[in-house]
Ligand binder design. Structure first.
Ligand SMILES: [Ca+2]
Length: 284
């Protein structure tokens, strides 16, 4: 997958990988030239890491070149999960799919519209989709200041809810944007058998494999190979090496930006990498 200088900047600003931090810290012991020298060493280390890929170089999901990779290449129409154009809350019924959309939020002050199923709400699409289409998925509300907060929209792959075998694909793509004046931070995540309670494996669930996105105010295309999804550090159990694409339950777009309003639009959610997976590339 692509890994260029701009990604390195993201690493420094957002989340320096633990492994790199350890490398940098180890240089403290041997550094005799003060902090500036240390900083140089760390930046050089990051540059090396971004080239080697060996410490988990983070893919930039809005990089258009991802759509030209084996995992990220667009699939035929059979790969479409939902484009919202039928204006109902069920995903397109094909390839064993047909799950329903929903929202959810913490019960500690966060608000979300469409209202969560837990409060009797039914998901509905919003007028004004990507590229002049009629509808898109949209969630809006505000994240509270409480200790643990979340609000999200997503859909199950199947109905009734069950593990879906997506190992014939390499990843998922979609268009997304945010409204002006609202948070840009959203985590795209996919519960699998190891992280979803329905998988029967997790002792500390919900730390799903995912990727943090920074949305823009204009529609932007995102390609997310399954191999780019990571769990968050420091919580949850178990922590397998990678997502099990043969047993995934759903996808969620989740916000956790405390005290911030959110207004997020998503359209044309589709699987990618049909050809790659057919050759076994995308299977873990
Ligand atoms: Ca649409």
């Amino acid at each position: 997958m692509p890994c260029v200088a701009s990604h390195r900047i993201d690493w420094i600003r957002e989340a320096t990988p633990q492994k790199v931090r350890v490398n940098c810290m180890s240089r403290i012991v041997y550094s005799t030239s003060g902090f500036n020298r240390l900083r140089e060493v760390c930046v050089v280390s990051l540059a090396a890491c971004s080239l080697v890929l060996s410490v988990g170089c983070r893919a930039n999901p809005s990089d258009p070149s991802l759509a030209k990779t084996a995992e990220g290449a667009p699939c035929p129409a059979s790969g479409m999960f939902d484009d919202g154009e039928d204006n109902n809350n069920q995903a397109r019924v094909q390839e064993g799919r047909g799950g329903y959309w929903y929202t959810y939020a913490d019960s500690d002050g966060s608000t979300i519209d469409p209202p969560p199923g837990a409060t009797g709400g039914i998901f509905s699409f919003a007028p004004g989709g990507y590229n002049g289409s009629a509808y898109a998925a949209r969630m809006k509300g505000s994240v509270s200041h409480a200790n643990v907060v979340y609000a999200a929209m997503g859909a199950n792959f199947t109905d009734p809810r069950a593990p879906y075998d997506a190992s014939k694909y390499g990843g998922i793509s979609f268009w997304a944007k945010r409204a002006p004046g609202t948070t840009a931070k959203v985590r795209f995540k996919i519960p699998d058998a190891a992280t979803d309670p329905d998988g029967g494996m997790c002792t500390a669930c919900y730390n799903d494999f995912g990727i943090n996105l920074t949305l823009t105010e204009e529609w932007q295309h995102y390609t997310v190979p399954f191999s780019a999804l990571k769990q968050e550090r420091g919580w949850g159990s178990p922590h397998p090496k990678s997502i099990d694409a043969s047993q995934i339950f759903a996808f969620h777009f989740q916000v956790n930006d405390k005290g911030k309003p959110f207004d997020i639009w998503v359209d044309d959610i589709a699987f990618t990498g049909c050809a790659a997976a057919a050759g076994g590339v995308a299977k873990k």
